[in-house]
Design a binder for this molecule. Sequence first.
Ligand code: ATP
Ligand code: MG
Ligand code: MG
Length: 377
Amino acid sequence: MKVLVLGAGQLARMMSLAGAPLNISISAYDVNSDSIVHPLTQQNLGKGLANAIADADVVTAEFEHIPLTVLAQCQQSGKFLPGETAIKAGGDRRLEKQLLDDAGVRSAAYHIVNVEADFNHAITTLGLPLVFKSALAGYDGKGQWRLKRAEDAAEVWQQISAFLAADENQSIVAEQFIPFQREVSLIGARRANGEVKVYPLTENHHVNGVLSVSLAVPGNEQLQQQAQAMFTAVANKLNYVGVLAIEFFDVDGELLVNEIAPRVHNSGHWTQQGADVCQFEQHLRAVCDMPLGNCELVRPSLMVNILGEDKVPEAILSISGVHLHWYGKSKRPGRKMGHINLSAANNSELKARFEQLISLLSPAAFPELQLMANRLN
Ligand code: ATP
Ligand code: MG
Ligand code: MG
């Protein structure tokens, strides 16, 4: 099978690595340069999108911020999974909120803001604190404003109105601030026949709005059931095919959806070593209409993102259960450059190995890791 992936980043790369044993070959479309590239070497393969679509058995995507013309072109081929509607819902928070409402799943109360009257209406009806998020192009916490105190409203509106004025297609989604205990995500897959399989919930820790550590947390049946029911409602609503990720806020054991990602997800990278079939293979199986694989955790696992660094001490490889995954990208401050997966036979061994790993990584580059290690009790 030949699968064309919209986007040529690390997710397309890892799909390519996972697809090879199944004889699934991946080519990647780099939206920025409008060219087809090899997903591992980034070598320019020099054919246009139309030819690449014609050549592929299946077209899919590794991110959601894709020009609408490209989405329409892929949709028209009849090969695009999970398809235009799902990708748009992941890339536009207005559509995303509507989808969550239609699927009957809980999320933060919201109001769409285009003009100052909307902004004031959001404050009076939703109350403070509020989180304002750009409807389009937001990721890694970019394009967000917080409003805690009424006296700061004028200044926040000034920033938001300048942002809106720069792009007529933008809106702002104002959301109630959720006082969550923690953030979790559920990664799962749905096949065309309606079969759904999900991994255990993952607990996620962000630093400055960017994911830092994900920890697989099986065992909370009540929470897992809630997440799975919401996942199935959203996936069914979209008639979804492929891997879908849903981020949740955990508020006293009640889950609210934060956002969805219609693709494989950073918080699911631990599945490469911690699950029987990883999320990248699972996505390919789903879009190629093959049986879905086992999602159970095979051993306690976590993932640490490597942000803005192109080196880590080689000695970490001598820790049992460490797997290092580089993305082959050039170094930029804060950029996702790679990740480390860590697995162990049980939680106490995972904690000991994690502490060993932390001691070898530069503490300045990896803040807060010790805090997370303390959660592994
Ligand atoms: P991603 O890189 O995950 O796609 P994003 O830019 O789309 O990030 P969100 O996930 O919506 O942004 O928000 C980033 C973070 O901000 C969340 O993980 C959470 O910590 C915090 N946050 C977002 N919305 C709220 C909210 N309504 N209440 C409280 N905190 C929030
Ligand atoms: Mg997002
Ligand atoms: Mg998010």
